[in-house]
Design a protein around this ligand. Structure first.
Ligand SMILES: Cc1cc2nc3c(=O)[nH]c(=O)nc-3n(C[C@H](O)[C@H](O)[C@H](O)COP(=O)(O)O)c2cc1C
Length: 132
């Protein structure tokens, strides 16, 4: 079967990464991101500029890329339509997003102190990447 798609772009679903970052009050934020891929030593991340994650990475220059296993899908789903931003951006409000201060608690995932960055990693994730 042949099917034309709209928009006509090649955008496969890619595995989800949980990006953990540090808020300016020292608490942690967590966000599911799937626009992420690696080119040699560099990692490219497609981030909504209005996200708390983007603000935190710009401010601190740090994050942890936590790769969840398939059995953590419920944890990912629990924070799927949330943002750490107090004022939920209009486009996210229209999509049903809500503000959550503690997404580790909502997702029932555990913060673990990182080795080389200030942002905590996700203990349950079998792979935790600390770019620095
Ligand atoms: C499965 C999944 C994949 C997502 N992929 C991306 C992505 O690649 N880039 C992005 O900016 N947001 C993506 N999002 C939406 C973010 O999680 C959303 O922008 C969230 O509000 C970010 O949280 P923050 O504002 O606390 O940083 C994805 C959400 C889900 C559930």
């Amino acid at each position: 079967m042949h099917k034309n798609i709209e928009p006509a772009i090649l955008y496969f679903g890619t595995p989800v990464v949980l990006v953990s970052t540090l808020n300016d009050d020292g608490t942690a934020n967590l966000a599911p991101i799937s626009s992420i891929w690696w080119l040699g030593w560099s990692c490219m991340i497609g981030l909504d500029s209005s996200s708390q994650t983007t603000e935190n990475i710009r401010r601190t220059g740090e994050c942890v890329l936590n790769l969840p296993s398939a059995d953590l899908v419920e944890s990912v789903n629990k924070i799927a339509k949330t943002t750490g931003r107090q004022n939920v951006p209009l486009h996210k409000r229209a999509l049903g997003y809500r503000h959550e201060t503690n997404k580790f608690e909502v997702s029932e995932l555990t913060q673990q102190t990182s080795v080389s960055v200030s942002a905590p990693r996700v203990q349950e994730c079998p792979i935790q990447l600390e770019p620095n």
